[in-house]
Design a protein around this ligand. Sequence first.
Ligand SMILES: [Zn+2]
Length: 596
Amino acid sequence: MYYPQEILEEVRLRNDIVEVIKGYLPLKKKGSSYFGLCPFHNENTPSFSVSADKQLYYCFGCGAAGNVISFIMQMENCDFVEAVQKLADRAGITLPKADYSPETAKKEKLKTRLYELHSAAGLFFYQKLHSPEGLKALEYVNKRKISVPIQRKFGIGFAPNSRNELFEHLKEKGFTLEEILESGLVLENKSKNGYHDRFYNRLMFPIFDIQGRCIGFGGRIMESGEPKYLNSPETIIFNKKRNLYGLNLARAERKKEIIIVEGYMDMITIYQAGYRNVAASLGTAFTAEHALLLKKFVSDVILVFDSDSAGEKAALRAIPILTDAGLRVKVLQVPDGKDPDEYIKHNGSLEFGKLILNAVSYMDFQIKCARKKYSMDDSEQKMLFTREAAGLISNLSSPIERDMYIKKVSDDTGISKQAVEEEIFDTDKKRDIEFNREASKQKIRKYDTNNKQLLPNLNDAKGVLQAQNSIISICSTKKEICRRIMEILKPEELRDETRSKLLQYVYDCYLAGKDIVPADAVNLFDNEESQKITASVFSVKTDYDDTEEIEKAVNENIKLIKRANLDYIASNAKTIEEIQKALDMKKKLENFELQL
Ligand SMILES: [Zn+2]
């Protein structure tokens, strides 16, 4: 861990979870808890609860859970150390230096320097745009009708037409050669006889992360030439898969939907037109990480891509990634082959608003794109189209939606509804077979590897993880039972790193006569997944009516845990004897009974 436990406790105690969360969303008191709309999934009735006495949050809808530090990590998209730092700042606590390994310490320092370097470079570009050298570029910006306040808000700048002006400037500002090269803004010459700036004679767009720090730049060429757009390379602070241009601003709008466009210019024009919930991808294909990032803030995505075939392809690629993340997707195609920027200039922002309202569902868009490839006059082609459309429709889970599209395709092709349905049924079946094959492959792989986890986390089919949660929870509330369980169940028998550490924590508290503080137990871990498990284990109530009921639950759960552990031992055994021993123990387990 990077900080001593006492410091983490202080940071946590001085940041009341209810107060901190109230800074992000409204909460209403209900009994001893507070409720609000969950920021991590889309909902209309509040299922996000915050407990003032436990200092934990827990969402009954999506299972998000944790303490005040986890909340900041999830909400601000930052790591454990950054979250602790933010909360310490908030409470006016001075943190000791994080106890990093020398390697991590070096990396953290470099990161800080790179943020500083990027803001210095941003300022440099901005000043250049407003100097005589930048006159032409500024004229261009004004011609594109980007207003002065917007220019300033986005920090638009200009990289002068020189080989190493930025390099010299950064050196002068005290950045080392190593730092400058790490930023990717300066490159070594091919002949290794010096260095040159990556960007020259380009209009510069600073790229900010979700916390508003400058992490890179995009540059648009001023005259003709290739590439038209050039981005900073990936660095330790700039990951294109995890950032979207303008998301820091869009997110502040707190709308449930977001408009996604392809380029900086489109993003800025749409923002300026008053639709401020807009972001752009950074010249890379849409990734699952982008989708999950969006999921934290919105439930609906409106894809706005150029209406040329490249734009269409990009939209078709992005759709399954977004829908897989559970986002609702619509597609807006700007008419007449225009891009959004041109459209708004010609028709005004009100007309663009109408386009947004009329965006079509992704399924309509996919089917329309498929249809373009086939001629409906040819029966062979008609059949191929129907098959492709059936494949698309089979991705829908709602029977009502399916029916609607089946009817559309049937009307369109003249093929009977029933035939289309059968085609979909076949696709479903094929997919099931494929899924089962893949699932069994994964299962085998899981047992093959020397993985500490007994079962894949997502697939707690036998309820072993659930049983472990329940045992930890019972031990944490009933001291007498904890003492008995401690005698017969070792933490390592849990075979799950997080849960076995938690059981150990509960035992330790018991032995030391200390109270269990769930919100501190969360701090045993610096990854979101373990924090979530911890918070949910302690949030879920285990109310049993009588001793008999507890006894039954404890016995069943312990047997389940022990059986799974023995299975694990048997399947990883190196000798026949080991297997035999595990099987014998498993047999004995049948007669096991703990009387409480
Ligand atoms: Zn939720």
